[in-house]
Design a protein. Structure first.
Length: 214
């Protein structure tokens, strides 16, 4: 317990809530083509090192996961700018935008989600948002254990819902492909961040945050 987050037990009091297509009209997903030939609909198949993934099914095979945010700004903060310090503001290499795209999608059906939002955390060994959501990457082994437990202990759950660490105005989802309908969602737009209009939107956000450009 290097970060102070207790390990989940075998039967945790996870809260499951329904996220309906009408709750958020459009979701946003940033994907990167630097190391994988990703597309707008590509789910991670066990690669990566994030707060809640990779996780595994009962047979040990990877859960295919897909992060989504309720606004473009939240998606940028959670992905493109995830590792850029804000206090004091860090530096961003604008050439990196060539690897990023912003997908927009709508849900096909209501989703049953394990809620990691603040009101539902006290039931989980009284853990806090600071421990589960706001902790640093060094704590990912501990936070992923809770995502793993949520997946296994709530077999009806199709996603995890939580509030963004980097932009607390945004809502986030981690989707579980194996439990979603086919198709899991409808991609309505797919735009490169290196080109207008998203490039300007991205640079305006960087400047607003006081991040230096190179």
């Amino acid at each position: 317990m290097k970060c102070g987050l207790p390990a989940p037990g075998a039967s945790e009091a996870f809260t499951t809530r329904v996220v309906r297509p009408s709750d958020v009209a459009v979701w946003f997903h940033v994907y990167c083509t630097r190391t994988h030939p990703n597309r707008a609909e590509t789910f991670s198949q066990g690669w990566g090192d994030t707060r809640f993934a990779p996780i595994h099914r009962e047979d040990g095979t990877p859960v295919h996961t897909y992060y989504a945010a309720s606004t473009p700004e939240c998606a940028y903060m959670e992905s493109v700018l995830h590792d850029v310090p804000l206090s004091p503001p860090g530096v961003f290499n604008v050439d990196e935008l060539q690897h990023y795209h912003l997908a927009q999608f709508t849900l096909c059906e209501p989703l049953h989600c394990v809620s990691f939002h603040t009101p539902h955390l006290p039931a989980l060994r009284n853990i806090t948002r600071a421990q589960l959501i706001d902790s640093l990457p060094a704590c990912y082994d501990e936070t992923r254990a809770w995502a793993q437990a949520a997946y296994l202990q709530r077999p009806q759950a199709q996603a995890i819902a939580y509030g963004s660490r980097r932009d607390d105005a945004g809502r986030c989802l981690l989707l579980f492909k194996q439990r979603l309908p086919d198709p899991p969602f409808v991609v309505t737009k797919d735009e490169p961040l290196a080109l207008a209009p998203r490039r300007k939107e991205m640079l305006d956000l960087i400047d607003l945050l006081g991040i230096s450009r190179i």
